[in-house]
Each structure stands twice: as C-alpha cells, then as structure tokens.
Design a binder for this molecule. Structure first.
Ligand code: MTE
Length: 320
C-alpha cells in the first residue's frame, strides 16, 4: 500500500508490473513457514469468568466450518506467504525476510475502554477459550490484488460479548504491538504514526464474518501474516485487517486510523470493497489474483453483500 508521503520501493505502475507467476518462479528460496505451536499460554486469565483452567491447546488444523467453505480454489500458500504487507518490517512485499527477531510469545492483549469487563489475556489463551475453526475467505487489498485464504480463528463477537461494551461504546479501536527493536520498519519509517491502528463500527465488529485469526493454511499464523493474532474483515480493503494486535479499546467516537491520518482522502474509515469507487491510484473495477495473475471483476463488498449490505446505505457508485 503506497502513499504519497513515502512511496515504497516496490511501487511501479500497474501496467509495468510483471505477472505474479514470473515473480513466483524467480523465487526458489521460499522457506518453510514457522509452525511453532501456540504452546506458551502466557498471562493468566486473571479471574475472567468462564476461562477453563484446563483448556487444552487447539489441534491443528482446525476443523473447517462448512458454512464458510464455498469450494473455491485456494491461493497458492507459498505465494500468499511471500507477498505480504506489514510496514512495521518493510514497505516491500518480502516481509518474511525481516521477521526473524519478532517474538510473538508471550503475547498479552489488553481489552479496555468503555466496557464492563476489561481484561488482559494472552493470545494463546484467548484462542483456547473460544475454540477455533477454519473459514475460507476472499481477501482484497486496495492495491487491487486478491487472494483466497483458509483462515483459522474465532468471531470477534465472542471477545466483545465477554468484555460487555457499555451503551456509549460505538466503535472498536485496535492497535498493533510496537516493538521497534524487532520491527525494523518502525525505526526506518518514522513518519508513520506508529503503532499501526485501525477501527470498526461496533456493529461491523459484531458481524459474524469478522474474524480474529490465529492461523492460516492450517497452521498458526506465520509472522508475516500478523502472528499471533490479527483481524480479518473480508468485505473491506485489506488495510482494515490489522495484524499482531496487542490492544482493543471500546470507544464512543469514530477513531482515526493510521491510513486516515496519513491520507484521509485515499483511505476513509469505512473502506468497503466497491468497484464503483476508484482509489486515486488504483481503479477498483478489477482485481488480480496474486498466484495465477488472473484478472476478475471486483465484487461489491468483495462478494459478501448478502452478509453485510444491510449494515450500509449506498447509492450506485457512492457511499451512503
Ligand atoms: N497490519 C499492520 N500492523 N501493519 C501493516 O502494514 N498492512 C495491511 C493489513 N494489516 C498492515 C496490517 C494491509 S495494507 C494489507 S493489504 C493486509 O494487512 C495484508 O495482509 P497479508 O499480508 O496477510 O496479505
């Protein structure tokens, strides 16, 4: 995701870009993904109601939920694992080369703000508490590339229900951990308002599609995908799907996101996938699959209109 303040070194006009196939075949060095188990259950649940003391680590791969198994051809795992956006490490897509020093256990997550039951818990314990399932989702980046990925995780709604947001809470704000010594991009790109932060309306966060992902391709998340826990909001552009989350806050007013702070006209808070609303630098009419290079028409809400259209008022080509 380029921006006008800092244009990443990979940025070239779409018409000059080589096909993804060519890119992939040049790369023979692809590594095995880290498959370390969720093992360390770090912080205690701190007396949170309903947390079983004897919860067992989840088995991998998690069972696929038949409701989210449309029979689509999955994107090649090696391509998806080497074509990532994670600016805390690098502005280029080869994030996997820069994550070795990144430690993801223990991983305390603070759930706080306007809620009856704020708590702090380790990511591994969260997954054990709620149980995880596999879901195949389409994923669409604002850069007009797309992939089809089997995520493992649990609905964000479960976590929200546990925290019991107060009536004044209308939005959820999320922050990525800030570890400058392990994330080289934080020091290298000081103009970004770190830590990475994003947000959703509370009703968007409660939608059954909104997933907290702890795994992908049947294994715990590799670091470049946002280990140990990230958001996946499949009807919105990929930048809403914040990685390596360490803090979740319930707030009353619409929070500013990192991308809005940088370029509000390019990255509005809502950011639903919409072929009728071109981005200044990327037409959103079509999308390119990252492994095959196939180009398809972009679908409104990335194909999830049935599940989410009722959340929005919209007239053709315009956000409501
Ligand atoms: N989260 C953090 N913390 N930092 C980032 O740079 N990039 C976003 C999103 N989440 C980003 C992030 C963008 S622009 C996209 S398209 C997706 O992650 C990419 O997810 P993927 O690498 O799993 O495909």
């Amino acid at each position: 995701m380029a921006n006008l303040i800092l244009r990443p070194d990979w940025f070239i006009p779409e018409r000059l870009a080589s096909s993804e196939n060519a890119f992939v075949h040049r790369r023979q060095f692809l590594r095995q993904l880290a498959t370390a188990g969720l093992g360390v259950a770090g912080l205690a649940a701190g007396g949170i109601e309903g947390f079983a003391a004897d919860a067992k680590p989840s088995a991998w791969p998690a069972k696929r939920n038949a409701e989210f198994d449309p029979g689509w051809q999955l994107t090649n795992e090696r391509v998806a694992s080497t074509y990532n956006n994670f600016y805390e490490f690098t502005l280029s897509k080869d994030v996997h080369k820069y994550v070795d020093k990144f430690t993801t256990t223990p991983w305390p997550i603070e759930i706080t703000g306007l809620c009856e039951k704020p708590f702090t818990i380790d990511a591994a314990e969260l997954a054990e508490k709620f149980g995880v399932e596999e879901r195949v989702y389409r994923f669409r980046c604002v850069e007009a590339w797309a992939m089809i990925v089997p995520w493992t995780g649990f609905p964000l709604s479960k976590l929200i229900e546990l925290a019991k947001p107060k009536a004044e809470a209308k939005f959820v704000r999320m922050l990525t951990a800030s570890k400058p010594d392990q994330m080289p991009g934080i020091k290298r790109y000081p103009h970004y308002p770190w830590p990475y932060h994003e947000g959703l309306r509370l009703d968007e966060a409660m939608n059954p599609l909104t997933l907290m992902a702890t795994g992908v391709y049947g294994k715990p998340l590799a670091k470049q995908f946002g280990a140990p826990i990230r958001l996946v909001v499949p009807w919105k552009y990929g930048y809403k799907s914040i990685k390596s989350i360490s803090r979740i806050e319930f707030v009353a007013a619409q929070p500013k996101t990192l991308w809005e702070e940088l370029q509000p006209e390019e990255y509005p808070f809502e950011s639903n996938v919409d072929p009728g609303i071109p981005h200044p630098r990327w037409s959103q009419a079509t999308e390119r699959m990252i492994d095959t290079g196939d180009r398809d028409r972009t679908q409104l809400y990335n194909g999830y209109a049935k599940q989410v259209a009722s959340l929005y008022t919209r007239t053709a080509g315009k956000k409501g």
